[in-house]
Design a binder for this molecule. Sequence first.
Ligand SMILES: C[S@@+](CC[C@H](N)C(=O)[O-])C[C@H]1O[C@@H](n2cnc3c(N)ncnc32)[C@H](O)[C@@H]1O
Length: 219
Amino acid sequence: MIYALGIGPGDPKLLPIKSLEILQRADVISGFETVLNYAKSNLPGTAELISLNYKNQKEKLEEIGTISRSGKICVFCFMGDLNFSGNDFLSNIKTYCDDPDPVKIPGISSAQMAATRASVPFEESIFMTFHKAGDIENDKEFLIHALKLGKSAIIIPRPWDFMPQEICQYLAENEISTDIPVQIYEHMTLENEKHYKTTIGKCTGSYSDMSIIVLQNNL
Ligand SMILES: C[S@@+](CC[C@H](N)C(=O)[O-])C[C@H]1O[C@@H](n2cnc3c(N)ncnc32)[C@H](O)[C@@H]1O
């Protein structure tokens, strides 16, 4: 049995009891190293940990697929929630583990945490991720369109070429008001969490790759 499980935004206490129970029953727990580190205090000492990186991903996923078919419980940990910018990893799990239907358990996304921190209701916002490979031009246009319609935006930037500064610069160059308030949250729920408050016109700093940006369009 394979589980795809969102481990939340970082604080180990922000993990549902059901997810904790699944982790405690796991024979194998896998995920990218940063994510496993986040989850560390919730991981039982009994499970075998298989850490992934971009180089070993295919080979390790195939190995875990084989283990799962021998009746073992294998759990893949996703940062935040698997439905927010986790689809590439989920597709790889399905393909290389040869399991078209892993059991999916949601977690609290960084997008939900940012919405909560900024008091931006999801129903008045759009969520976008630029954290992906390939062309992002359509997404950039969609963002402009949404802001012109009066929506707020919760955005995962792309390290390192479309970070908060570049996003704001792009929007300012495309007729979006430079007065729109911008909140940037780094390492939310962790000890080193930081919060920056600025506007589209004044967003010039550089930020961690563990950051998320909220454009509060409707204040
Ligand atoms: C590939 S995306 C995965 C998002 C994840 N599935 C989620 O639901 O939060 C990874 C990016 O999410 C953002 N992120 C995740 N956790 C965060 C946190 N605790 N604080 C700030 N940003 C975070 C960062 O931009 C990070 O580079």
